[in-house]
Ligand binder design. Structure first.
Ligand code: ADP
Ligand code: MG
Length: 1025
């Protein structure tokens, strides 16, 4: 539709004025803008771009796939898709008729259509369907190699008509196909016009085959050496790579399953034809003979017949007359004629056979028929276009007749369809003037009176009849026909050669035909001898191409149908076939003769537009109405224009909605309402509707975007909320589950001996990780409470002290008297101290002097001083000070404030060494003595630490080490402990070095190994709370 395109108008039907000038103008504007496709309704007009267009990729395929024709800019894909859709939707057979003159792009169009159909049916990925599609596509290169040639109009001109059916199964997948060929221009095998070439295959073989292959085929790599390939002059074509094509053809042959033997046979036949062209004859007085025996040898070898037989067949023929068989020698001219006829026949048979083989490869397999559903078909017709040469012969006559038939079909179908539609829709039909070419078809094909009938009659004639006589007969019988003339009938017409030429006024233009050769070509005779010869070939493949050679010579055969009649019959059946399908048209136009991508030859194009009847096509299509559309589609496209129909029309029918819409827009006078479709008279109305729609579309798009974005967000939000709820529930569930587990595990711990200390906590789910720490702490506190509650209240202070010790030692000293009751003031006990009275006296004296509260620890010690002297002493630790006294009378010797203590060092073993580090460079180095072999180190450490931290508000440093460092007389000393079994007392002595001091410790003074009491034991660094 017009609005898709920035250049010109996409559908000629929508032109303001319908005349040749505006048509041409639009076509040219679009061609210059690179828009090669334009519609006339559903007919696609295609102008050959003569350059590679980037418009056939898979991205473009996707744009057209399943779309309606009017939805996208004009493209041949839309026609292919329309045909495929019509077949899919209505199960109808469809066909695409591609017409236009030679070089206008028909064959390219047919290939584009095939590829499109292959691409859009690419869903199932089934091997068989893929195979069928690739065979259909690959077959092109084979058909083109053997059926196409360079002509003066087209480097790759199809010299045969091709109609290809693609079969689809009930799923609309391609399952097979069939190719029909029409009238191969076989005269080209032996005769080429200047500038033209023989069929591509000859050159492909000569320029593409490896040397060894050529030698085997008795050829040399030079087309100029062969009569059949050199007549046109130049044997090379710039746009063609024969070498490359030879490879592609061979690989296509392989893909189609031709096999080595058949492929070899094909190239042998081509080589045989090339060699045959160079066979020459000696025209002696009495008998004709072959002048070039080595060629004869070669041809014989290639065709697997004996050279003798071959020579005989070329130079003479056998005739059966009256039951007798005789041999009759040819003249030189006859022999040459026979040779050429032979070459043509071999080649034509080969071509037909190749197509048969291709068909075998793609025919619908039985298994896809098994569902018994109707197979549908899309036919693609790519047939020679109208031809006018300088010298037009029988072939042009047939080709142009074919084009007349197709034009007739086009007129019939387009008109009939249009009329049908108006009738169906109940709309009045206005008659359109157009040229009906039926009269020309009749001129050619009418029984008894038509030109083909006249030619056949001439051929039937037994006497010697010449082409001139044929012309006379036609002149006589067709004298009054408006579309036939000759010099005899129109002596003033100097352009026609007397006695040689006649003219037909074709719908596409006047064409003069030279009658010379007509009879021969119509008779299309090949002596029986050749058929028998080839049937006798040792090459089975070749032999199978010539089954009629089996017939015995004496058997009289029915006269075969003439070439003209055969062609006429095939055309009639082709047209019948096409007419039974729903047709789609591609009308190809050639923009210039120079194969130029930029030239738009107005005269040439105007001529084609005229004879293709495109203007009439537009007129007929419009027939008063430029546009029609079914109500539902129309409403769907334009409903946004009216508030009554947007967003949805809620009336009874689409038709009613359309009526309301049209009324609102004031187009009532310009439309007609059919039964299922609305018809718009002028294109302006459609433009106005399109414009109104175009104005609204952005708003609708924004509106849709808005709504959709909102919807998306709401959806996302709802999902998030749902996820949150689920998350919550799940977390609660996990938590509950965990708590329940704990509940079960800890249910009876109160009654267990360790209050659940040994219960293993199950791994906590993520959600409880944080809480589980607190829970454990709670449990520990409770557990401690339970443990502590067993301890009587008066033991609690001692308990606390032990905890202080445990904290200070941090598990570094295994035995520290934890299990023992700590008495503290040991010197007050008579078991420890004989002189308690003296002690008490000293204490009360000190108390009154120093005002301390309480004695925390007292006991006897062995002390070591800076003079390396050892002495018995007593120490007292009060809440504020440490006293050192003599051990007999308890005279106070020194005192230190607790604040002066800088640390405590003890050994990790069970000896009773304690060093109280003091400010002033003189530490107190002692070994605690007791009369019970009990550990008092822990108790002393605990007391000092507690008092220290109580007054200093920080912890005292406690070192536990094997080599206790100390300062004596401002000198650093190291004390090692030596356990000595036979020692009686603990005693200090000087060590081996000056710094060393040794404490000799008898093991019997150490307490027994520690035992667990009251559970009061730390695990190293675990504090007891
Ligand atoms: N759609 C196209 N894109 C590009 N080149 C094209 C196209 N159609 C035709 N041609 C060119 O024109 C030449 C002749 O086209 P072809 O289809 O063989 O003509 P026809 O079959 O009508 O005689 C092609 O070889 C090709 O170079
Ligand atoms: Mg072609």
């Amino acid at each position: 539709m017009a609005h898709h395109d920035e250049a010109g108008i996409g559908d000629f039907v929508l032109l303001d004025q319908i005349n040749i000038d505006s048509f041409m103008e639009n076509l040219q504007v679009r061609f210059n803008a690179g828009k090669i496709y334009t519609y006339i309704g559903e007919v696609c007009v295609s102008v050959n771009p003569y350059r590679t267009m980037n418009i056939y990729g898979s991205d473009v395929v996707n744009q057209y796939k399943g779309r309606e024709i009017f939805e996208r800019p004009p493209h041949i894909f839309a026609i292919a898709d329309a045909a495929y859709k019509a077949m899919k939707r209505r199960g109808q057979d469809t066909c695409i008729v591609i017409s236009g003159e030679s070089g206008s792009g028909k064959t390219e169009a047919s290939k584009i259509i095939m590829r499109y159909i292959a691409a859009v049916t690419n869903v199932s990925q089934q091997a068989e369907i893929d195979r069928v599609k690739s065979v259909l596509i690959q077959s092109n290169s084979i058909l083109e190699a053997f059926g196409n040639a360079k002509t003066n109009r087209n480097d790759n001109s199809s010299r045969f008509g091709k109609y290809m059916d693609i079969n689809f199964d009930f799923k609309h997948d391609p399952v097979g196909g069939h190719i029909s060929n029409y009238l191969l221009e076989k005269s080209r095998v032996v005769l080429q016009q200047p500038g033209e070439r023989n069929f591509h295959a000859f050159y492909q073989l000569l320029y593409g085959a490896p040397d060894a292959e050529l030698t085997k085929l008795k050829l040399v790599r030079d087309a100029a050496q062969y009569y059949y390939t050199r007549q046109g002059g130049n044997t090379r074509v710039d746009s063609i790579s024969d070498r490359q094509d030879y490879k592609s053809v061979n690989s296509a042959l392989r893909l189609l399953g031709f096999g080595a033997e058949k492929t070899e046979c094909i190239w042998k036949i081509i080589a045989a034809v090339l060699n045959l062209g160079n066979v020459e004859f000696d025209d002696n007085a009495d008998a004709t003979s072959v002048k070039t025996p080595e060629r004869l040898q070669a041809v014989g070898a290639l065709l697997s017949v004996t050279p003798a037989e071959l020579g005989k067949t070329l130079c003479q023929r056998v005739i059966a007359a009256g039951g007798e068989v005789m041999e009759k020698g040819h003249t030189g001219v006859q022999a040459t004629y026979g040779r050429d006829a032979f070459a043509k026949a071999i080649y034509e048979r080969l071509f037909t056979w190749i197509i048969q083989e291709v068909n075998t490869a793609i025919e619908v397999k039985e298994e896809s028929k098994r569902y018994r559903t109707k197979n549908t078909v899309i036919g693609v017709l790519d047939i020679y276009g109208f031809e006018i040469f300088n010298n037009n012969s029988f072939e042009q006559f047939c080709i142009n007749y074919c084009n007349e038939k197709l034009q007739q079909l086009f007129i019939e179908l387009v008109l009939r369809q249009e009329q049908e539609e108006y009738r169906k829709e109940g709309i009045e039909w206005t008659n359109i003037e157009y040229f009906n070419n039926q009269i020309i078809c009749d001129l050619v094909e009418q029984p008894h009176k038509g030109m083909i009938a006249i030619m056949d009659e001439a051929c039937l004639n037994v006497g010697r009849i010449t082409d001139q006589m044929l012309l006379e007969a036609m002149d006589k019988k067709l004298a009054n026909h408006q579309h036939y003339s000759s010099r005899r009938l129109n002596p003033m017409d100097k352009e026609l050669k007397h006695g040689e030429e006649f003219r037909i006024r074709h719908y596409a233009g006047d064409v003069s035909y030279n009658v010379t050769g007509f009879l021969d070509k119509n008779k299309d005779m090949l002596y029986q001898d050749f058929k028998r010869l080839l049937y006798s070939s040792q090459n089975e493949t070749l032999k199978s191409m010539w089954p009629e050679g089996a017939q015995h010579i004496s058997k009289t055969t029915k006269r075969p149908l003439t070439a003209g009649t055969l062609f006429k019959n095939s055309m009639i059946s082709l047209i019948t076939n096409l007419a039974s399908k729903q047709p789609h048209y591609v009308r190809c136009i050639k923009p210039n003769e120079e194969k130029s991508p930029v030239l738009f030859d107005r005269e040439r194009v105007r001529h084609q537009v005229n004879y293709l009847g495109l203007i009439e096509n537009v007129r007929v299509r419009r027939a008063g109405f430029a546009y029609r559309q079914s109500y539902d589609r129309f409403l769907r496209r334009y409903k946004m224009i009216s508030q009554f129909t947007w967003p949805n029309f809620h009336g009874d029918s689409d038709k009613e909605g359309v009526k309301i819409l049209i009324k609102e827009q004031n187009f009532v006078d310009d439309v007609k309402y059919g039964k299922t479709k609305i018809f718009l008279r002028s294109p302006q109305t459609l433009f106005a509707l399109e414009q109104a729609r175009g104005r609204l579309i952005p708003h609708i798009v924004i509106f849709l975007q808005k709504m959709w974005r909102g919807a998306l967000c709401r959806m996302r939000y709802r999902k998030m909320m749902a996820a949150r709820t689920i998350l919550h529930a799940f977390r609660r569930y996990k938590m509950r589950d965990y708590i329940t587990q704990l509940n079960t595990l800890f249910r009876n711990v109160k009654r267990s001996s360790d209050f659940g200390r040994s219960v293993r906590w199950p791994p906590a789910p993520l959600v409880c990780r944080g809480a589980v720490g607190s829970l454990r702490a709670i449990h520990r506190r409770w557990w401690a409470l339970m443990v502590l509650s067993r301890i009587p209240a008066d033991e609690r202070p001692q308990m606390r002290l032990k905890v202080t010790t445990a904290d200070a030692l941090q598990g570094r000293r295994p035995e520290w008297g934890a299990g023992r009751r700590w008495e503290g003031n040991y010197l007050a006990s008579v078991q420890e101290n004989a002189n308690t009275a003296g002690y008490v006296q000293t204490v009360s004296h000190l108390r009154s002097k120093d005002k301390f509260q309480k004695i925390m620890f007292s006991g006897l010690v062995r002390k070591f001083n800076r003079n390396n002297k050892m002495a018995e002493r007593a120490i007292i630790v009060t809440d504020t000070s440490i006293y050192k006294l003599d051990s007999n009378k308890f005279k106070c010797l020194t005192s230190h404030a607790i604040a002066d203590v800088t640390g405590v060092s003890v050994s990790p073993r069970s000896d009773q060494l304690v060093v109280l580090h003091l400010r002033g460079g003189n530490d107190l180095v002692v070994a605690l003595l007791s009369n019970k072999a009990e550990d008092r180190v822990g108790e002393l450490v605990g007391v000092v630490c507690r008092q220290y931290s109580a007054s200093q508000k920080r912890d005292l440093r406690v070192l536990v080490t094997d080599n206790v460092q100390c300062m004596l007389g401002n000198k650093s000393r190291t004390i090692g402990v030596e356990i000595m079994q036979d020692a009686q007392h603990a005693s200090f002595r000087k060590g081996p070095t000056k710094e060393a001091i040794v404490l000799v410790w008898p093991p019997h003074l150490s307490p027994p190994p520690p035992s667990i009491t009251n559970g009061l034991k730390t695990n190293g660094n675990g504090r007891i709370h």
